[in-house]
Design a protein around this ligand. Structure first.
Ligand code: SF4
Ligand code: SF4
Length: 246
C-alpha cells in the first residue's frame, strides 16, 4: 500500500516511507562501531506475544517477569494497557538484556527489536487490511553503510517476524475493534480480565485447568488448560473479542 501525502507528512525526517519492493542497504552485526548502542534509552513497547517469548527466554512466571521487566501503563481513556520493557539504572538506561556480546535473549527478542530499522503498520478496514512499511534511518546506526540489499518484506522474514506478525495481527482485531475506535472503555473487571488473559497465560491456564472460570464451559476450560501458550493466547484473543464486544 502506498502512503498518502498527509500520512507521509506525519513522520519525522528520519522515518521514510518504504514502498513495497523498494530496496535499501542494511546489515547489523558485531564489529560495527554502534553495536548494541541502540539497546539503550528505549521506549520499547511489548505485545502479548513478546511477553510470551521473553518469558520463555527467562523461564520466569508471568508475575515474576512483569514485576521485574515490564512497565504497565493504563490510561483512563484507553481500552487496553500499554506495556514497555524496563530499562535499567546503569547510567546508560540500558535494556536489561543487553551484554557486550549482544542481546542475551536474541532467539526470543521482541518484535520491535527484530524489525528495526523497518516499521510495519497494519490497519484493519471493514473489507480490507492496509499494510505499510517505513524505514527508520537514524544517524547513529551504521547498519545502513553495509552493502546488503534488502526489501522490507524479505528483511522481516529473515528476522523471524512472520510468527510475530501473525500474533500481532490477531491482537489487532481487539486493539482496533470498531467499538474501540468508537470510544469503548472496559470496566475495571474487564481490564483485569484483559491483563489476565493476554499477559498472564500461566495463571490463566492454571485457572482453566482447575475449572475456575465461570464464563467458560468446563469442557472448553479443561481442554484449553492443556494447550500451549501460543494456542492459549489465540484462544484468549477470540474469547475476549466475544466477551468484550459480542
Ligand atoms: S547497526 Fe543499527 S541496529 Fe545494529 S547495533 Fe548498530 S545502531 Fe543498532
Ligand atoms: S531485547 Fe535484546 S535486541 Fe531488544 S533492546 Fe534488549 S538487548 Fe537489544
Amino acid at each position: 500500500m502506498g502512503l498518502k501525502g498527509s500520512e507521509v507528512e506525519q513522520f519525522p525526517d528520519f522515518v521514510k516511507p518504504l514502498e513495497r519492493g523498494m530496496v535499501f542497504n542494511f546489515a547489523c552485526h558485531k564489529g560495527l562501531s554502534c553495536f548494541t548502542e541502540c539497546c539503550r534509552l528505549l521506549e520499547l513497547p511489548l505485545t502479548s506475544y513478546d511477553i510470551l517469548r521473553l518469558r520463555r527466554a527467562t523461564g520466569l512466571s508471568s508475575n515474576q517477569f512483569l514485576e521485574r521487566y515490564v512497565i504497565i501503563e493504563q490510561e483512563q481513556d484507553e481500552a487496553f494497557p500499554r506495556l514497555y520493557l524496563t530499562m535499567i539504572d546503569d547510567g546508560n538506561g540500558s535494556c536489561a538484556f543487553v551484554a557486550s556480546h549482544g542481546c542475551t535473549v536474541y532467539e526470543h527478542r521482541p518484535g520491535a527489536c527484530r524489525a528495526y530499522p523497518v516499521g510495519r503498520a497494519k490497519r484493519l478496514q471493514p473489507e480490507t487490511i492496509d499494510e505499510c512499511f517505513v524505514l527508520v534511518k537514524e544517524d547513529h546506526c551504521r547498519g545502513f553503510t553495509e552493502p546488503a540489499p534488502q526489501t522490507a518484506t524479505q528483511y522481516c522474514i529473515d528476522q523471524g517476524m512472520t510468527e510475530y506478525n501473525m500474533f500481532n495481527d490477531a491482537l489487532a482485531t481487539l486493539l482496533q475493534h470498531e467499538k474501540v475506535r468508537c470510544g469503548f472503555i472496559p470496566s475495571q473487571a474487564q481490564k483485569e480480565l484483559i491483563l489476565l488473559t493476554l499477559f498472564h497465560l500461566d495463571r490463566w491456564r492454571a485457572m482453566l485447568a482447575q475449572g475456575e472460570h465461570e464464563a467458560i464451559s468446563s469442557e472448553t476450560a479443561l481442554a484449553m488448560g492443556q494447550r500451549t501458550d501460543e494456542e492459549l493466547l489465540l484462544f484468549a484473543i477470540k474469547w475476549l473479542e466475544e466477551r468484550l464486544f459480542g
